[in-house]
Design a protein around this ligand. Structure first.
Ligand SMILES: Nc1ncnc2c1ncn2[C@@H]1O[C@H](COP(=O)(O)OP(=O)(O)OP(=O)(O)O)[C@@H](O)[C@H]1O
Length: 450
């Protein structure tokens, strides 16, 4: 496949140039639930990358990511196959980890400081930037915890382990094997793992670096130092006065690798890849089931006696350690942040689509109709109200030429942010009330709400 892409790079560029410059709008299907945010980070192409980017983020248009793949049409010329995906938060090639930390992660720290359980996962294909992101986030978390700006007195302890298949190892103790056992309360304990107290930012940095040096890596086609295990950094924030301890779990998952990527390696590597993929698949099942269960709770389905999904957290060591995130019986409040990491290269477009398809599945979506009164109002405006709203909200530069007089068909034309838009009201032939409302919602979403 890479040969096909390589031979058709100029064709790819010409197909991209011919694309409609106004991307397809995407109607949001809801807004994120309070306890789970699903984000994506697109890393820059590396200097040595021979393929162009196939990933086009639209951060200011509802966090949509367009992917343009090249399809080898059996009966003729290659054609573009385009798809788009939407996440709750999107970070593009220029975003720094500091920005990601400040926009997405920083709130988890005071949340855990005050007794909550916060978890961050980075997942994605091998070489997509998971370790790059999580290791920096760990450093920033250390700074926030240790800078003395959080109220109250706490003690901070850190444990860092890695999981390879069902075996677990202590990365703060030279990768000594440890065991995972359930205690009487059903919580999974990392038996034998060191828990070190952290007194300063430097302490935290040193421990994270030590753990990284013991992490198991091996070269893959995409990454010469690919992490072949899942690393879990657990930070326990002990409340020495009262209340329960807060927890932060920062999880750098092993990269998913397609069989073709490991084809050059031996049977052991194939087995290892299979193990990684099995545990990632178990994790996906659990996060997905949890998202559905949260959705059901939000919509009140469980009250109506409808079945809530079973969460299979016993399927792997990884999901057992992270049981608190999924366990419906848990009484502790948890917040989870998912970062889907993406390498934008055209050669990686297949795994990228898988990563983003899964990110979409994880989103807990609270229906906009029921929850977002502002949007609900937007959907019920009259045409005169819509005109007024466009006039007032089109920002800078304002709508050019204002709203053009209605045409015979009943359609109105106006320019918003430099783009000509045709608004079709319900008087237009073939447009019913619902479609007119949906169109207003689309406008709202694309141009105003983000
Ligand atoms: N946002 C970024 N900016 C610059 N370089 C990056 C970025 N993200 C990743 N890289 C670089 O890309 C390479 C692969 O990144 P990294 O090791 O974090 O990938 P990974 O997803 O953890 O891979 P694996 O699953 O194989 O361990 C590294 O050389 C890293 O420095």
């Amino acid at each position: 496949m890479e040969g096909f892409y390589l031979n058709n790079i100029s064709k790819y560029h010409s197909l991209l140039d011919a694309l409609d410059p106004v991307p397809k709008p995407r109607i949001p299907h809801g807004r994120p639930g309070p306890n789970m945010i699903v984000s994506a980070r697109i890393r820059p192409l590396s200097g040595s990358e021979e393929f162009p980017s196939a990933v086009f983020p639209r951060r200011d248009q509802g966090n949509v990511i367009d992917i343009h793949d090249l399809y080898n049409h059996p009966k003729g010329q290659p054609i573009l196959k385009s798809s788009d995906y939407q996440v709750d938060r999107l970070f593009n090639m220029n975003s720094t980890t500091k920005e990601i930390y400040e926009e997405l992660v920083v709130d988890l720290v005071p949340y855990a400081w005050n007794g909550g359980v916060g978890t961050l996962f980075a997942y994605g294909q091998t070489g997509s930037g998971k370790t790059f992101t999580v290791s920096k986030v760990e450093e920033f978390v250390g700074e926030t915890l240790m800078n003395g700006n959080l109220d109250g007195k706490r003690e901070v302890y850190i444990t860092i382990i890695d999981l390879a298949g069902n075996a677990a190892f202590d990365l703060l103790n030279e990768r000594e094997p440890i065991s995972l056992r359930e205690d009487a309360s059903g919580a999974t304990q990392m038996v034998g793992a060191q828990e070190n107290q952290v007194f300063s930012v430097d302490d935290m940095r040193t421990m994270v670096e030590r753990a990284t040096s013991f992490r198991r890596t091996a070269p893959t086609l995409k990454n010469p130092a690919s992490s072949r295990s899942h690393a879990i950094c657990r930070i326990r924030i002990k409340n020495t006065v009262n209340g329960s301890d807060g927890m932060l779990y920062l999880v750098d998952l092993a990269g998913s690798e397609a069989a073709r990527d490991v084809a050059v390696h031996g049977a052991d590597r194939m087995r290892e890849t299979k193990q990684i993929n099995i545990s990632l698949s178990a994790l996906k099942d659990c996060i997905r089931a949890k998202a559905q269960s949260d959705n059901a709770a939000t919509l009140g389905k469980e009250k109506l006696g409808q079945k809530v999904p079973h969460i299979p957290f016993r399927q792997s060591a990884l999901t057992r350690v992270l049981k608190h995130v999924f366990d419906p019986a848990s009484t502790r409040e948890c917040r989870t942040i998912v970062i889907a990491c993406v390498n934008p290269s055209l050669a990686d477009v297949g795994p990228t689509k898988n990563t983003l398809r899964f990110a979409e599945l994880l989103r807990v979506s609270i229906p906009v109709k029921e929850e977002d009164t502002e949007r609900k109002t937007a959907m019920h405006w009259t045409n005169a109200q819509l005109k007024e709203w466009i006039k007032e909200n089109s920002g800078n530069p304002p709508i050019l030429g204002n709203v053009v007089a209605p045409r015979e068909s009943g359609a109105q034309h106006f320019k918003l942010s430099g783009q000509e838009i045709e608004y079709r009201c319900q008087k237009c032939p073939g447009v019913n009330r619902g479609q007119a409302q949906a169109f207003r919602a689309k406008l709202w979403h694309m141009y105003i709400s983000p």
